[in-house]
Design a protein around this ligand. Structure first.
Ligand SMILES: [Cu+2]
Length: 124
């Protein structure tokens, strides 16, 4: 008997909660969701370690990308084609930033000191 009453109480509570939420209503605020997303991915970053750029990075057009160099050697993040971006990052934990291209696309890049270092930046 007691369990049945408890279950009934839970169901009643659930019904009240659902009803309460429903009256809150209508628009779940798409603007809020968009803003939250932008903040979450607002700090794209490349971390260079052991002469590698790490996984390919996808950023929004014109995003500011933070580069951290954990190697003792200096590195650059230099676009293969044109002058889309080119930044020098000193070793020993040095940091630098660059602005991603505004045109969507895939931008392979390299290190001018170590041409075998290669990475890819995707803009979309
Ligand atoms: Cu390098």
């Amino acid at each position: 008997m007691r369990t049945i009453q408890a279950k009934a109480a839970v169901l009643l509570m659930a019904a009240l909660l659902v009803g309460g939420c429903g009256s809150g209503g209508g628009s779940p605020g798409p603007g809020t969701a968009t803003t939250t997303g932008a903040v979450t991915e607002g700090a794209p970053a490349i971390t260079i370690k052991d002469f590698e750029y790490g996984a390919p990075l996808t950023v929004a057009p014109g995003a500011v990308v933070m580069v951290t160099n954990l190697d003792s050697a200096g590195h650059t993040v230099t676009a293969d084609h044109g002058e889309a971006f080119d930044v020098d990052v000193r070793g020993g934990g040095g940091t630098a930033t660059f602005t991603a291209p505004s045109a969507p696309g895939t931008y392979p890049y390299h290190c001018t000191y170590h041409p075998n270092m290669r990475g890819t930046l995707s803009v979309k």
